[in-house]
Design a protein around this ligand. Structure first.
Ligand code: DAH
Length: 340
């Protein structure tokens, strides 16, 4: 039996050495070391030995088992390590390779313009106030002195949500909200935001765009305050030698109403294609808050007075950068947007 054990050990170990693939190891283990393996078969014969022979044979069998188990473990570790090395060599990860650059976005050109506007008016003490894009007919029109069926409604092509609710056609309804919330305190705010018009989208007009509304209400506010504020803003935004021009106009919510221009930033006023040879570019509408509107906001027009203005955001950008088509702003074309 000792001879048998020895031969078993030799063959098993020789066979183990020839295995080069981890997947073949379980087969070897089954063959020699499992319950039905060859070693167990030999051990079964222990019973047939005499009492004197048995201990020595038992010891020898145990040694063989230990030797086989030990070598099996070693061989398995070695093969696994080799397999891992091979895998690593194949994947060949170069951890010193610089990462792929990720593309950083930036603020939309309109947002940049808005922030510049906040900065300029912020320096003059205007707070920013936000008001909703979905508005009541009452705030968008009626309380701004534009009753139902009034012809002035034709100034704004309107998206109706239902017969009492609209997508605001301008930022002016924010004036009503600010006044109602702030009475009896003086007011100095700007109201930036998107406005909506039921309009054909063309090179020159979008159905949604930004406006910035301004409102100041106080005890002695006059037209000259309005003009001074607009001149300061124009100069800060477009250069200190800009000049303004005031024209009489009409808006239902201001009296008197004016329109404010600045001398053309391209030709300095001598006339060019950009200013359609007038020498002037339009900035926005403005005026003294109509007594009816002050009253609707809760401010007694015999005591309080105020000015308001509404300026566009996209239009000046079109001019400033010579952009030929307003639709570029919301076309999501990165080639366009990345330029700014
Ligand atoms: N809300 C006007 C519009 O969208 C612009 C405007 C004009 C606003 C005069 C004002 C203003 O506050 O005083 O056409």
């Amino acid at each position: 039996m000792l001879v048998q054990l020895n031969t078993l050990k030799e063959t098993a170990l020789q066979e183990l050495e020839t295995i080069t693939d981890v997947d073949q190891l379980p087969e070897w283990h089954r063959k020699y070391l499992s319950k039905k393996g060859e070693l167990t078969q030999v051990l079964k014969q222990l019973g047939r030995l005499s009492a004197e022979e048995r201990p020595a044979a038992g010891q020898a069998a145990n040694k063989v088992k230990q030797a086989l188990t030990g070598r099996f473990q070693e061989h398995q570790d070695r093969l696994k390590e080799a397999a891992l090395d091979q895998q690593l060599a194949k994947d060949d990860i170069d951890i010193s390779l610089p990462g792929r650059p990720c593309h950083l976005g930036h603020l939309h050109v309109c947002t940049q313009m808005l922030r510049q506007i906040y900065q300029v008016f912020g320096e003059m003490g205007f707070q920013i106030y936000e008001s909703p894009e979905v508005e009541s007919d009452e705030n968008n029109f009626q309380l701004l002195n534009i009753p139902a069926y009034h012809p002035a409604r034709d100034m704004w092509d309107t998206f109706w949500v239902n017969d009492q609710v609209v997508l605001r056609t301008h930022t002016s309804p924010g004036q009503i909200r600010v006044m109602k919330e702030n009475f009896p305190n003086p007011i100095r705010v700007i109201l930036p935001g998107k406005v909506y018009r039921y309009e054909q989208v063309t090179q020159r007009s979008e159905h949604q765009f930004y406006q910035v509304e301004g409102l100041a209400v106080g005890l002695n506010i006059r037209m000259t305050d309005l003009i001074g504020v607009m001149q300061e803003a124009t100069k800060k935004m477009f250069g200190s030698d800009r000049k303004n021009r005031i024209r009489g106009s009409y808006f239902p919510f201001t009296e008197p109403s004016i329109e404010i221009d600045m001398d053309c930033i391209f030709c300095g006023g001598s006339g060019c294609r950009m200013c359609k040879h007038t020498g002037w570019l339009e900035i926005g509408g403005a005026g003294m808050v109509h007594p009816v509107v002050l009253n609707n906001g809760g401010y007694d027009p015999d005591v309080w007075s105020g000015f308001a203005f509404g300026i566009g955001v996209e239009r000046p950008l079109l001019l400033k950068h010579g952009i030929p088509d307003i639709r570029y702003f919301y076309g999501n074309d990165l080639n366009f947007l990345q330029q700014f």
